[in-house]
Ligand binder design. Structure first.
Ligand SMILES: Cc1ncc(COP(=O)(O)O)c(C=O)c1O
Length: 483
């Protein structure tokens, strides 16, 4: 699904959906293989890669497409993704009713815009924006776009500061752990910002304060702190990073803001760790993003980004759209975008309330802790995290286990339908191969116990049938999981 890519520094990171290319001429005229029941109705085949000359009945088209899609995985058994795979029927109905609403069309759909405004306000409270700060935010297609907007605001502010001081603004850099999600590497490449990665080392699997501070200089537009890490679900210590940056300011005079990438944790920490200071309670936190479609419990594509104060978001990034005879400020990479996800986010907020979100996230954590404890007890595995921050944990094979790898375990679990990814860590831990389990709403204790039983069984099989290393191209495919 994802091709490898170079980072220009010798590292290879997996991660982009493929850019599709025109298929080979020898198969351009291929036809779809259609169920014989429909052949009579169609009268002709359906070209696979070209627009058919004629249409067909909706029922036929529906069946043809459905027949292809049955090969997609079973989302409920997918423990790889952070993205919501189940919503209740009422939410699905609401989304279907809103499918035609265009989020940008504030004039035609003022109430959808109103729901977005309410969601932004709800999140600003949830993330402890100071009263009267006029925290400002918007919805996006997901965290990637939200991070892009957060990063742009940091870049624009840094440039403006440098230019106002008559200083060179040609070499911006962004400081982050090598465990960042690929969207930050995209941001750096697209906006020509130097990425300054703090590598992972044994015993430190994410960014810490001292290491972040050591990478900062006058060209640092900001530090990204992740709540929590895509690699293992752990939270980066935002307060500790902030305190280290306070020292940078005192000692070197560089005032470096923090953007918190709360893609998952933005909807978890307020409910599971309300005392943890990671949000706007930390004065150096300028902006925060989260994915509504992860632990916000909405189907894909909705994200959120919020700035502590309006001046954390430079004016010249904001465009105005006509709105009921007036003007509405917008900041987005897209123009048209579905409104259904925003309506569904608001639905979840009023449907669940604080207590409901707490219940859901607590249940996920209980299942994650139960699973990680069961896996730790099994024998061959060693936990890297337990699932106490996000309900997400990573584990590896103990160093003395020989004869099979986590890739073999992952493959064998797939035979039963479970998708538990195996992958290698980024720099400097590329020799460490792990598996990761993301517990989402709907993954029950019963399913967890079934998974444990299957895992036990598969380990036993592997212990009795040592595996040989597959050819390099197959090994490469096995390792190309993308977060
Ligand atoms: C920490 C982090 N940031 C950003 C993203 C990108 O989020 P999205 O898929 O919503 O674009 C992810 C996705 O897993 C993530 O875990």
């Amino acid at each position: 699904m994802h091709g490898p890519r170079g980072l220009g520094d010798g590292r290879r990171v997996e991660g982009f959906m493929p850019l599709h290319t025109q298929v080979d001429a020898s198969i351009q005229d291929d036809e779809l293989d259609v169920n014989p029941v429909y052949v009579q109705e169609l009268g002709a085949g359906i070209p696979r890669y070209r627009l058919p000359a004629h249409g067909m009945l909706p029922r036929t088209a529906l069946q043809v497409v459905r027949d292809e899609l049955i090969l997609d995985g079973n989302a409920r058994l997918n423990l790889a993704t952070f993205v919501t795979t189940w919503m209740e029927p009422e939410a699905e109905q609401l989304m279907a009713e809103c499918a035609a609403k265009n989020m940008i069309d504030k004039d035609e759909y003022p109430q959808t815009a109103e729901l977005e405004q309410r969601c932004v306000n709800i999140l600003s409270h949830l993330w402890n924006a100071p009263a009267g700060s006029q925290a400002t935010g918007c919805s996006t297609t997901g965290s990637s776009e939200a991070c892009m907007l957060g990063g742009m605001a940091l870049l624009w502010r840094w440039r403006a500061r440098r230019r106002a001081a008559g200083q060179d603004a040609a070499r911006p850099n962004l400081v982050m752990g090598s465990n960042v999600q690929v969207c930050w590497e995209k941001f750096c490449r697209y906006w020509q910002v130097e990425p300054r990665f703090v590598p992972m080392v044994p015993g430190r699997l994410h960014l810490r304060g001292a290491e972040a501070a050591a990478k900062c200089d006058e060209n640092t537009i900001g530090v990204v702190a992740i709540m929590g890490s895509t690699m293992d679900g752990s939270y980066e210590p935002v307060l500790e990073i902030s305190q280290a940056l306070d020292r940078v300011q005192t000692e070197q005079g560089h005032d470096v803001p923090i953007h918190v990438d709360g893609a998952s944790g933005g909807f978890v920490a307020p409910f599971l760790q309300p005392e943890l200071e990671w949000d706007f309670r930390v004065p150096r936190v300028a902006s925060i993003n989260a994915s509504g479609h992860k632990y916000g419990l909405v189907y894909p594509g909705v994200g959120w980004v919020m700035w502590r104060t309006p001046d954390a978001l430079p004016e010249d990034l904001v465009f105005k759209v006509n709105y009921l005879g007036g003007e509405m400020p917008t900041f987005a990479l897209n123009f048209s975008r579905p409104g259904a996800q925003v309506a569904a986010q608001y639905y979840n907020f009023i449907r669940l309330g604080r207590q409901g979100y707490q219940r859901v996230q607590h249940a996920c954590r209980d299942v994650a802790l139960h699973l990680s404890a069961g896996i730790a007890k099994m024998g061959p595995f060693e936990l890297l995290t337990e699932g106490r921050d996000l309900p997400v944990f990573a584990f590896k094979l103990r160093d003395d286990v020989a004869g099979y790898s986590v890739f073999d375990v992952s493959e064998r679990l797939r035979m039963r339908g479970w998708q538990v990814p195996a992958y290698t860590f980024p720099a400097d831990l590329t020799d460490t191969a792990v598996m990761r389990i993301v517990v989402r709403n709907g993954f029950s204790m019963d399913l967890a116990n079934l998974l444990l039983a299957d895992l036990r069984k598969q380990v036993k099989v592997l212990e009795h049938h040592p595996q040989t290393q597959p050819p390099p191209e197959i090994q490469h495919m096995r390792e190309s999981f993308k977060h």
